[in-house]
Design a protein around this ligand. Structure first.
Ligand SMILES: C[S@@+](CC[C@H](N)C(=O)[O-])C[C@H]1O[C@@H](n2cnc3c(N)ncnc32)[C@H](O)[C@@H]1O
Length: 236
């Protein structure tokens, strides 16, 4: 596939119904700037949270031949594990909005010679996939989307019935006295990651998916994993 074709839907969010407002466009543009900037430094810290990403991927229970979607893939930190689970007969489609992150992810694919892994430069909130996926994952990316609820709905739409969606992410301290650090944490995440303080990822997953369970929490609940499942065609 040509690079132009892969990237053609990158700005789709600007024309989507209900998303024309300046706030959405500003958030998206700021994400591009922030994540382009961090792309050169990301590998310094990408292994720090690796055990948690691995546990999240365990929850997908992938099988050889599965078609998998990776939302906000960054430089492709999840590719090796997913590729090893789905083998040569599966398909991995990854999406990221930052051109620099996409370039790094494509370099990783080229370095490994994976022929069934593809990265699209696109807004994960609005991209329209022509095919369905057996499973989807988002690690540390849902909380930076310009419209979290719409992104969850888009993933839900893109899954086969019964398909799992696993999200590993970060949020404000949910309970207890440690909540005192939340204003600082918010500011840091907003600056560092263009975090979206208006989007409650856990609530959005519970509202959109027929099954949704908080399966792991770390660091006083600040990082967590949610496993969701789309209803089977007979109902959940
Ligand atoms: C913290 S990084 C996570 C990267 C990787 N998944 C990981 O686990 O390290 C967040 C990623 O989300 C991407 N992103 C932000 N907004 C996006 C959007 N609207 N559509 C697709 N990707 C987006 C950023 O470009 C960035 O690469």
């Amino acid at each position: 596939m040509s690079s132009d074709a892969r990237d053609s839907d990158a700005d789709a969010g600007n024309g989507a119904p209900g998303l024309e407002n300046g706030e959405y466009a500003n958030h998206l543009e700021r994400s591009r700037t922030v994540w382009d900037r961090w792309s050169d430094w990301y590998e310094m810290s990408e292994n720090d949270l690796e055990p948690m990403r691995e546990t999240a991927m365990d929850h997908l229970e992938l099988r050889p031949g599965d078609r998998v979607l990776d939302i906000g893939c960054g430089p492709g930190v999840n590719f090796e594990r997913i590729r090893s689970d789905i083998g040569e007969t599966g398909t991995l489609v990854a999406v990221d909005y930052s051109p620099e992150m996409v370039a790094k992810a494509r370099q990783r694919i080229e370095d490994h010679g994976w022929e069934n892994v593809e990265v699209r430069r696109a807004d994960a909130t609005t991209i329209d996939f022509e095919d369905e996926f057996d499973a989807a994952i988002a690690t540390l990316s849902m909380s930076v989307m310009p419209d979290v609820r719409r992104t969850v709905e888009n993933v839900h739409r893109s899954l086969v019935s019964g398909g799992p969606f696993v999200v590993f992410d970060i949020r404000a301290v949910p309970t207890g006295p440690a909540r005192i650090v939340n204003p600082l944490l918010w500011r840091f995440l907003r600056w560092y990651a263009n975090w979206n303080p208006d989007g409650d990822v856990v609530d959005s997953l519970a509202a959109v998916f027929e099954e949704s369970e908080l399966v792991e929490t770390y660091f006083a609940g600040v990082t967590y994993t949610v496993r969701c499942r789309k209803a089977t065609s007979e109902g959940s």
